[in-house]
Design a protein around this ligand. Structure first.
Ligand SMILES: Cc1cc2nc3c(=O)[nH]c(=O)nc-3n(C[C@H](O)[C@H](O)[C@H](O)COP(=O)(O)OP(=O)(O)OC[C@H]3O[C@@H](n4cnc5c(N)ncnc54)[C@H](O)[C@@H]3O)c2cc1C
Length: 285
């Protein structure tokens, strides 16, 4: 028998998680969890639904603080939010590509992050945007930068009694362009085989800051910080962009699997990094 709980507050949820001896599992939209249960891969003893907790389904924006996305906000809410469309258009576009409308209507963005599938669409982009996850337990709250949130495939930094309550994204920097590109080897509506997210700030036509994050090819997204640093203060000519993409690809540690050989993946990621930077250069600030 599964013990299904419907707490009505975060405090109550934390108490339930704390008293569950590691057996308590949060359920939000249930999209990922129900598949595991249906296929008898996971046998829960205590499921804690957060559906009745007020306010977790809210998206808020403040010019000084940035964006806040509650743990119950669905993908569809994100992709259609006027606040997201206006201030973080690349995020709205990225979420629009997640699965299909049924998945986006039921699945939450937080559930996507907590499931920690390495083929997640939004994770690399949230890294580029500087997002964090707020986690809570009876011990209090802590903020986890998204780049430290994922520990491996299906593994997060959350402790067994913690609930993730909110995703926060800093305010958009005026003049910073952000892009997200995905490649799916099977069909455009399938999970991505490769995701590249990037942001670029130019100053007097030269690169002030470039951020690139690559998802799907490794256990957790790779942020190409050192490589991007080499372009700081330079004008991004086509040949510099090409060399940058080549050096990023050559330095990535990739393995051959059913998605393709390491050689193929390097070629693919090189093309997509180059295209991302080219699109960043073409897009408006
Ligand atoms: C057919 C299909 C196609 C898909 N395609 C894509 C795709 O193209 N791109 C993509 O990125 N994703 C894709 N997904 C994944 C989908 O985005 C996620 O499964 C969904 O967002 C999970 O959200 P949920 O609210 O349903 O999570 P749930 O199923 O409720 O939970 C998932 C996991 O997260 C944990 N969890 C959830 N919320 C919290 C919380 N607040 N605190 C702590 N732990 C929590 C749960 O305990 C569970 O372990 C696809 C899924 C399906 C079924």
């Amino acid at each position: 028998m599964v013990d299904l709980q419907f707490p009505s507050s975060l405090d109550e949820t934390c108490e339930l998680m704390s008293s569950s001896s590691g057996e308590g599992r949060i359920i939000a939209g249930g999209v990922a969890l129900m598949i595991l249960i249906h296929h008898q891969l996971y046998f829960p003893t205590r499921l804690i639904s957060i559906k009745r907790i007020p306010d977790l389904d809210q998206i808020r924006f403040d010019k000084g603080k940035g964006l806040s996305i509650g743990a119950l906000v669905t993908h569809h809410q994100v992709e259609s939010s006027p606040l997201v469309l206006k201030n973080y258009p690349a995020l709205a576009e990225c979420i629009h590509h997640v699965g299909n409308l049924r998945v986006r209507n039921m699945g939450t963005l937080m559930g996507d992050l907590c499931q920690a599938d390495n083929h997640s669409d939004p994770t690399p982009l949230l890294g580029v945007l500087g997002a964090s996850v707020r986690a809570r337990s009876i011990r209090g709250e802590r903020i986890i930068p998204i780049e430290q949130f994922h520990r491996g495939i299906y593994e997060t930094d959350l402790k067994e009694d913690e609930i993730a309550t909110e995703i926060t994204i800093p305010p958009p920097h005026p003049g910073t362009r952000t892009r997200y590109l995905r490649f799916s080897g099977n069909s455009p509506i399938d999970w991505p085989s490769l995701v590249v997210a990037g942001s670029l700030t130019l100053e007097d036509g030269q690169c002030r800051e470039l951020r690139i994050s690559v998802g799907c090819l490794t256990e957790i997204p790779v942020s190409l910080k050192q490589q991007a640093e080499t372009l700081k203060g330079k004008s991004l000519t086509p040949s510099k962009v090409k060399k940058f993409a080549q050096s990023c690809a050559s330095e990535m540690d990739l393995t051959s699997d059913t998605q393709g050989s390491a050689w193929y993946k390097k070629r693919l990621v090189e093309v997509y990094i180059r295209r991302t930077v080219e699109q960043l250069l073409r897009s408006k600030g």
